[in-house]
Design a protein around this ligand. Structure first.
Ligand code: ACO
Length: 329
Protein backbone atom coordinates (compact mmCIF):
# COMPACT_ATOMS: atom_id res chain seq x y z
CA UNK A 1 0.00 0.00 0.00
CA UNK A 2 1.73 3.20 -1.30
CA UNK A 3 5.07 2.23 0.28
CA UNK A 4 4.03 3.40 3.76
CA UNK A 5 3.97 1.13 6.78
CA UNK A 6 0.75 -0.27 8.22
CA UNK A 7 0.25 1.02 11.77
CA UNK A 8 -2.00 -0.43 14.45
CA UNK A 9 -2.50 -1.01 18.16
CA UNK A 10 -0.06 -3.44 19.77
CA UNK A 11 -0.82 -2.91 23.47
CA UNK A 12 -3.65 -1.54 25.63
CA UNK A 13 -4.13 -0.46 29.25
CA UNK A 14 -6.54 1.52 31.37
CA UNK A 15 -6.85 3.02 34.83
CA UNK A 16 -9.65 4.60 36.82
CA UNK A 17 -9.26 5.99 40.34
CA UNK A 18 -10.70 3.94 43.21
CA UNK A 19 -13.21 6.42 44.55
CA UNK A 20 -16.72 6.09 43.08
CA UNK A 21 -19.23 8.94 43.13
CA UNK A 22 -22.76 7.61 42.59
CA UNK A 23 -25.91 9.40 41.53
CA UNK A 24 -27.23 9.07 45.05
CA UNK A 25 -24.05 10.79 46.37
CA UNK A 26 -24.80 13.65 43.96
CA UNK A 27 -28.40 13.84 45.21
CA UNK A 28 -26.91 14.98 48.52
CA UNK A 29 -24.79 17.67 46.84
CA UNK A 30 -27.15 19.33 44.31
CA UNK A 31 -30.85 19.34 43.44
CA UNK A 32 -30.87 16.27 41.20
CA UNK A 33 -31.99 12.65 41.26
CA UNK A 34 -30.95 9.28 39.92
CA UNK A 35 -33.96 9.02 37.61
CA UNK A 36 -33.16 12.36 35.91
CA UNK A 37 -29.48 11.53 35.47
CA UNK A 38 -30.04 7.99 34.16
CA UNK A 39 -32.86 8.91 31.78
CA UNK A 40 -31.08 12.00 30.35
CA UNK A 41 -27.53 10.64 30.24
CA UNK A 42 -27.33 6.88 31.03
CA UNK A 43 -24.78 7.63 33.80
CA UNK A 44 -25.01 5.78 37.13
CA UNK A 45 -21.61 6.47 38.66
CA UNK A 46 -18.21 7.93 37.92
CA UNK A 47 -14.67 7.55 39.32
CA UNK A 48 -12.97 10.50 41.01
CA UNK A 49 -9.22 11.01 41.46
CA UNK A 50 -7.82 11.10 45.01
CA UNK A 51 -6.57 14.52 46.17
CA UNK A 52 -2.94 13.48 45.66
CA UNK A 53 -3.55 12.13 42.12
CA UNK A 54 -3.01 14.31 39.06
CA UNK A 55 -3.59 13.47 35.39
CA UNK A 56 -0.04 12.14 34.92
CA UNK A 57 -0.61 9.64 37.76
CA UNK A 58 -3.70 8.25 36.03
CA UNK A 59 -1.84 8.24 32.71
CA UNK A 60 1.11 6.44 34.28
CA UNK A 61 -1.02 3.54 35.57
CA UNK A 62 -2.67 3.08 32.16
CA UNK A 63 0.66 3.43 30.32
CA UNK A 64 2.41 0.76 32.42
CA UNK A 65 -0.36 -1.70 31.56
CA UNK A 66 -0.25 -0.81 27.86
CA UNK A 67 3.53 -1.36 27.75
CA UNK A 68 3.14 -4.66 29.57
CA UNK A 69 0.44 -5.80 27.15
CA UNK A 70 2.67 -4.83 24.20
CA UNK A 71 5.57 -6.74 25.78
CA UNK A 72 7.71 -3.60 25.62
CA UNK A 73 9.87 -1.55 27.94
CA UNK A 74 9.60 2.23 28.22
CA UNK A 75 12.93 2.82 26.50
CA UNK A 76 11.54 1.28 23.29
CA UNK A 77 9.03 4.11 22.96
CA UNK A 78 9.95 6.89 20.49
CA UNK A 79 7.01 9.22 21.09
CA UNK A 80 4.55 9.93 23.91
CA UNK A 81 1.40 11.95 23.30
CA UNK A 82 -0.96 12.71 26.16
CA UNK A 83 -4.38 13.91 25.04
CA UNK A 84 -5.80 16.00 27.88
CA UNK A 85 -7.53 19.23 28.83
CA UNK A 86 -6.56 18.83 32.48
CA UNK A 87 -2.75 18.75 32.38
CA UNK A 88 -0.87 18.57 35.70
CA UNK A 89 0.52 22.05 34.94
CA UNK A 90 0.52 24.50 32.00
CA UNK A 91 4.10 23.40 31.49
CA UNK A 92 5.98 21.14 31.56
CA UNK A 93 3.52 19.07 29.57
CA UNK A 94 1.91 16.04 31.19
CA UNK A 95 3.62 13.96 28.50
CA UNK A 96 7.06 15.17 29.70
CA UNK A 97 6.13 14.44 33.33
CA UNK A 98 5.03 10.98 32.25
CA UNK A 99 8.15 10.41 30.14
CA UNK A 100 10.24 10.98 33.27
CA UNK A 101 8.05 8.74 35.49
CA UNK A 102 8.20 5.93 32.94
CA UNK A 103 11.90 6.33 32.25
CA UNK A 104 11.07 6.57 28.53
CA UNK A 105 14.37 8.31 27.87
CA UNK A 106 14.29 7.85 24.09
CA UNK A 107 10.85 9.39 23.61
CA UNK A 108 9.82 12.80 22.36
CA UNK A 109 6.82 13.95 24.36
CA UNK A 110 4.00 16.45 24.02
CA UNK A 111 0.39 17.06 25.02
CA UNK A 112 -2.43 17.44 22.55
CA UNK A 113 -5.48 19.55 23.32
CA UNK A 114 -8.67 18.56 21.49
CA UNK A 115 -10.87 17.80 24.51
CA UNK A 116 -12.89 14.60 24.08
CA UNK A 117 -11.62 14.18 20.49
CA UNK A 118 -8.03 14.31 21.74
CA UNK A 119 -7.38 10.58 21.73
CA UNK A 120 -8.37 10.15 18.07
CA UNK A 121 -6.44 13.31 17.12
CA UNK A 122 -3.39 11.84 18.90
CA UNK A 123 -3.74 8.46 17.19
CA UNK A 124 -3.82 10.20 13.81
CA UNK A 125 -0.76 12.29 14.66
CA UNK A 126 1.34 9.38 15.90
CA UNK A 127 0.21 7.06 13.10
CA UNK A 128 1.65 9.42 10.53
CA UNK A 129 5.01 9.61 12.35
CA UNK A 130 5.22 5.82 12.25
CA UNK A 131 3.82 5.36 8.73
CA UNK A 132 6.52 7.59 7.30
CA UNK A 133 9.29 5.85 9.24
CA UNK A 134 10.26 8.73 11.54
CA UNK A 135 9.37 6.67 14.63
CA UNK A 136 8.70 2.99 15.31
CA UNK A 137 6.60 2.89 18.48
CA UNK A 138 4.39 5.46 20.17
CA UNK A 139 2.53 5.54 23.46
CA UNK A 140 -0.78 7.39 23.22
CA UNK A 141 -2.72 8.18 26.36
CA UNK A 142 -6.09 9.85 26.77
CA UNK A 143 -6.22 11.05 30.38
CA UNK A 144 -8.33 13.59 32.20
CA UNK A 145 -9.21 14.64 35.74
CA UNK A 146 -12.39 16.53 34.89
CA UNK A 147 -13.34 16.51 38.58
CA UNK A 148 -10.67 19.22 39.06
CA UNK A 149 -12.48 21.62 36.73
CA UNK A 150 -16.07 20.69 37.62
CA UNK A 151 -18.28 22.94 39.73
CA UNK A 152 -19.97 20.56 42.18
CA UNK A 153 -22.63 23.16 42.91
CA UNK A 154 -23.77 23.24 39.25
CA UNK A 155 -26.23 20.41 38.57
CA UNK A 156 -26.11 21.10 34.81
CA UNK A 157 -22.54 19.83 34.58
CA UNK A 158 -21.45 18.05 37.78
CA UNK A 159 -23.46 14.90 37.07
CA UNK A 160 -21.80 14.41 33.68
CA UNK A 161 -18.07 14.00 34.31
CA UNK A 162 -15.56 11.51 35.72
CA UNK A 163 -11.80 10.83 35.81
CA UNK A 164 -9.72 8.13 34.11
CA UNK A 165 -7.04 7.19 31.61
CA UNK A 166 -6.73 4.82 28.66
CA UNK A 167 -3.49 4.04 26.85
CA UNK A 168 -2.36 2.25 23.72
CA UNK A 169 1.01 1.44 22.22
CA UNK A 170 0.98 1.74 18.45
CA UNK A 171 3.51 0.40 15.99
CA UNK A 172 3.95 -1.42 12.71
CA UNK A 173 1.45 -4.23 12.03
CA UNK A 174 1.02 -6.64 9.08
CA UNK A 175 -0.25 -5.15 5.81
CA UNK A 176 -4.05 -4.93 5.66
CA UNK A 177 -4.42 -4.41 9.40
CA UNK A 178 -4.22 -1.29 11.56
CA UNK A 179 -5.58 2.20 10.92
CA UNK A 180 -7.36 2.51 7.57
CA UNK A 181 -8.60 6.10 7.73
CA UNK A 182 -9.06 9.15 9.94
CA UNK A 183 -11.52 12.01 9.82
CA UNK A 184 -10.62 14.97 12.05
CA UNK A 185 -12.40 18.28 12.16
CA UNK A 186 -13.07 21.45 14.07
CA UNK A 187 -15.74 24.12 14.27
CA UNK A 188 -13.94 26.83 16.23
CA UNK A 189 -16.97 29.11 16.03
CA UNK A 190 -18.66 26.78 18.54
CA UNK A 191 -15.84 27.17 21.09
CA UNK A 192 -17.88 29.31 23.51
CA UNK A 193 -20.48 26.51 23.83
CA UNK A 194 -18.07 24.39 25.86
CA UNK A 195 -15.08 26.00 27.53
CA UNK A 196 -13.00 26.87 30.54
CA UNK A 197 -12.45 30.59 30.29
CA UNK A 198 -10.09 31.42 33.15
CA UNK A 199 -6.41 31.00 33.88
CA UNK A 200 -5.08 31.44 30.33
CA UNK A 201 -3.54 34.47 28.63
CA UNK A 202 -6.99 35.93 27.81
CA UNK A 203 -8.26 35.90 31.38
CA UNK A 204 -5.36 35.27 33.79
CA UNK A 205 -6.17 33.88 37.24
CA UNK A 206 -7.24 36.55 39.72
CA UNK A 207 -9.53 36.78 42.73
CA UNK A 208 -12.25 37.90 40.28
CA UNK A 209 -11.87 34.87 37.99
CA UNK A 210 -12.18 32.62 41.02
CA UNK A 211 -15.24 34.48 42.29
CA UNK A 212 -16.83 34.33 38.82
CA UNK A 213 -16.16 30.55 38.60
CA UNK A 214 -14.08 30.98 35.45
CA UNK A 215 -11.92 27.98 36.36
CA UNK A 216 -14.76 25.50 35.90
CA UNK A 217 -16.24 23.90 32.77
CA UNK A 218 -19.00 25.94 31.17
CA UNK A 219 -21.30 24.05 28.80
CA UNK A 220 -24.39 24.86 26.78
CA UNK A 221 -25.69 21.27 26.96
CA UNK A 222 -28.48 21.54 24.42
CA UNK A 223 -26.29 23.08 21.69
CA UNK A 224 -23.44 20.63 22.34
CA UNK A 225 -25.96 17.80 22.14
CA UNK A 226 -27.14 18.95 18.67
CA UNK A 227 -23.54 19.34 17.46
CA UNK A 228 -22.67 15.88 18.80
CA UNK A 229 -25.53 14.09 17.06
CA UNK A 230 -24.73 15.87 13.79
CA UNK A 231 -20.98 15.22 13.70
CA UNK A 232 -21.09 11.69 15.10
CA UNK A 233 -23.16 10.86 12.01
CA UNK A 234 -21.20 12.86 9.45
CA UNK A 235 -17.74 11.86 10.74
CA UNK A 236 -18.72 8.21 10.80
CA UNK A 237 -19.90 8.34 7.21
CA UNK A 238 -16.80 10.26 6.09
CA UNK A 239 -14.31 7.93 7.75
CA UNK A 240 -16.05 4.82 6.37
CA UNK A 241 -15.96 6.27 2.84
CA UNK A 242 -12.25 7.10 3.19
CA UNK A 243 -11.57 3.50 4.28
CA UNK A 244 -13.60 2.12 1.35
CA UNK A 245 -15.99 0.46 3.80
CA UNK A 246 -19.70 0.63 4.58
CA UNK A 247 -21.65 0.55 7.84
CA UNK A 248 -22.29 -3.16 7.28
CA UNK A 249 -18.53 -3.74 7.67
CA UNK A 250 -18.45 -2.46 11.27
CA UNK A 251 -17.80 -5.24 13.80
CA UNK A 252 -17.41 -2.96 16.82
CA UNK A 253 -18.46 0.66 17.31
CA UNK A 254 -16.52 2.56 19.98
CA UNK A 255 -18.16 5.97 20.47
CA UNK A 256 -17.20 8.76 22.87
CA UNK A 257 -19.07 8.05 26.11
CA UNK A 258 -20.77 11.36 26.89
CA UNK A 259 -24.45 10.55 26.83
CA UNK A 260 -26.37 7.36 26.05
CA UNK A 261 -28.87 9.26 23.90
CA UNK A 262 -26.09 10.57 21.64
CA UNK A 263 -24.65 7.06 21.34
CA UNK A 264 -28.08 5.61 20.58
CA UNK A 265 -28.77 8.16 17.85
CA UNK A 266 -25.45 7.22 16.20
CA UNK A 267 -26.30 3.50 16.49
CA UNK A 268 -29.72 4.08 14.90
CA UNK A 269 -28.13 5.95 12.01
CA UNK A 270 -25.75 3.01 11.46
CA UNK A 271 -28.46 0.33 12.05
CA UNK A 272 -26.14 -1.23 14.61
CA UNK A 273 -27.36 -3.93 17.01
CA UNK A 274 -26.38 -3.43 20.70
CA UNK A 275 -23.79 -6.23 20.62
CA UNK A 276 -21.74 -4.24 18.09
CA UNK A 277 -21.43 -1.18 20.35
CA UNK A 278 -19.37 -0.74 23.48
CA UNK A 279 -21.12 1.30 26.16
CA UNK A 280 -19.63 2.05 29.58
CA UNK A 281 -20.90 5.59 30.17
CA UNK A 282 -22.99 4.12 33.03
CA UNK A 283 -19.82 3.29 35.03
CA UNK A 284 -17.41 6.07 34.12
CA UNK A 285 -19.51 9.04 32.85
CA UNK A 286 -17.78 11.41 30.45
CA UNK A 287 -14.01 11.17 31.01
CA UNK A 288 -13.15 13.44 28.04
CA UNK A 289 -9.96 12.27 26.28
CA UNK A 290 -9.99 9.03 28.31
CA UNK A 291 -13.46 8.07 27.17
CA UNK A 292 -12.73 6.35 23.83
CA UNK A 293 -9.60 4.51 25.03
CA UNK A 294 -11.38 3.37 28.22
CA UNK A 295 -14.13 1.90 26.03
CA UNK A 296 -11.66 0.36 23.58
CA UNK A 297 -9.50 -1.18 26.30
CA UNK A 298 -12.55 -2.56 28.07
CA UNK A 299 -13.72 -4.14 24.80
CA UNK A 300 -10.27 -5.75 24.44
CA UNK A 301 -10.42 -7.02 28.04
CA UNK A 302 -13.82 -8.57 27.27
CA UNK A 303 -12.41 -10.24 24.11
CA UNK A 304 -14.92 -8.39 21.97
CA UNK A 305 -12.44 -7.91 19.11
CA UNK A 306 -10.85 -10.64 17.05
CA UNK A 307 -8.11 -10.41 14.46
CA UNK A 308 -9.36 -8.78 11.27
CA UNK A 309 -12.40 -7.09 12.87
CA UNK A 310 -13.31 -3.60 11.68
CA UNK A 311 -13.55 -1.12 14.55
CA UNK A 312 -14.93 2.37 14.25
CA UNK A 313 -14.06 4.96 16.92
CA UNK A 314 -15.72 8.37 16.89
CA UNK A 315 -15.82 11.27 19.30
CA UNK A 316 -16.66 14.96 19.64
CA UNK A 317 -15.76 17.59 22.18
CA UNK A 318 -14.65 21.07 23.11
CA UNK A 319 -13.13 23.21 20.40
CA UNK A 320 -15.59 22.27 19.05
CA UNK A 321 -13.87 19.24 17.53
CA UNK A 322 -14.54 15.77 16.24
CA UNK A 323 -12.42 12.76 15.33
CA UNK A 324 -13.14 9.34 13.87
CA UNK A 325 -11.04 6.43 12.69
CA UNK A 326 -11.43 3.00 11.15
CA UNK A 327 -9.12 0.33 12.52
CA UNK A 328 -8.69 -3.27 11.44
CA UNK A 329 -7.77 -5.19 14.62
N1 ACO B 1 -30.83 17.11 37.66
C1 ACO B 1 -32.09 17.52 37.53
N2 ACO B 1 -32.46 18.47 36.64
C2 ACO B 1 -31.50 18.99 35.87
C3 ACO B 1 -30.16 18.59 35.95
C4 ACO B 1 -29.84 17.61 36.90
N3 ACO B 1 -28.57 17.17 37.07
N4 ACO B 1 -29.45 19.29 35.05
C5 ACO B 1 -30.30 20.10 34.39
N5 ACO B 1 -31.54 19.93 34.90
C6 ACO B 1 -32.76 20.58 34.48
C7 ACO B 1 -32.49 21.87 33.78
O1 ACO B 1 -32.30 22.92 34.72
C8 ACO B 1 -33.77 22.07 32.98
O2 ACO B 1 -34.76 22.60 33.82
P1 ACO B 1 -35.73 23.78 33.30
O3 ACO B 1 -36.46 23.17 32.12
O4 ACO B 1 -36.57 24.03 34.48
O5 ACO B 1 -34.82 24.88 32.92
C9 ACO B 1 -34.19 20.64 32.64
O6 ACO B 1 -33.46 19.79 33.54
C10 ACO B 1 -33.92 20.22 31.20
O7 ACO B 1 -32.63 20.63 30.85
P2 ACO B 1 -32.07 20.37 29.39
O8 ACO B 1 -30.77 21.09 29.27
O9 ACO B 1 -33.11 20.61 28.37
O10 ACO B 1 -31.83 18.81 29.44
P3 ACO B 1 -31.33 17.91 28.27
O11 ACO B 1 -32.35 16.90 27.96
O12 ACO B 1 -30.77 18.73 27.15
O13 ACO B 1 -30.11 17.16 28.94
C11 ACO B 1 -27.72 17.25 29.05
C12 ACO B 1 -29.01 17.91 29.44
C13 ACO B 1 -27.68 15.87 29.67
C14 ACO B 1 -26.57 18.08 29.56
C15 ACO B 1 -27.66 17.11 27.52
O14 ACO B 1 -27.94 18.34 26.93
C16 ACO B 1 -26.34 16.63 27.03
O15 ACO B 1 -25.92 15.52 27.27
N6 ACO B 1 -25.63 17.47 26.24
C17 ACO B 1 -24.37 17.08 25.67
C18 ACO B 1 -23.35 17.12 26.72
C19 ACO B 1 -22.05 16.59 26.21
O16 ACO B 1 -22.01 15.61 25.53
N7 ACO B 1 -21.00 17.26 26.52
C20 ACO B 1 -19.75 16.85 26.01
C21 ACO B 1 -18.75 17.47 26.79
S1 ACO B 1 -17.29 17.04 26.02
C22 ACO B 1 -15.95 17.81 26.70
O17 ACO B 1 -15.20 18.32 25.93
C23 ACO B 1 -15.75 17.82 28.20
Amino acid sequence: MNGLRAVGIIGTGKYVPEKILTNSDLEKMVDTNDEWIVSRTGIKERHIAAPEQATSDLAYEAAIKALESAGMTADQIDLIIVATVTPDTFFPSTACILQDKLGAKNAAAFDLSAACSGFVYSLATATNFIKTGMYNNALIIGADCLSRITDYTDRNTCVLFGDGAGAVVIGEVPEGRGFQSFDLGAEGSGGPLLNLAGGGSRLPSSPETIQDKNHFIYMNGREVFKFAVRVMGSATEAVLTKAGKTKEDIDLFVPHQANIRIIQSAMNRLDLPPEKCIINVDKYANTSAASIPLALVEAAEQNRMKEGDTILMVGFGGGLTWGACVLVW
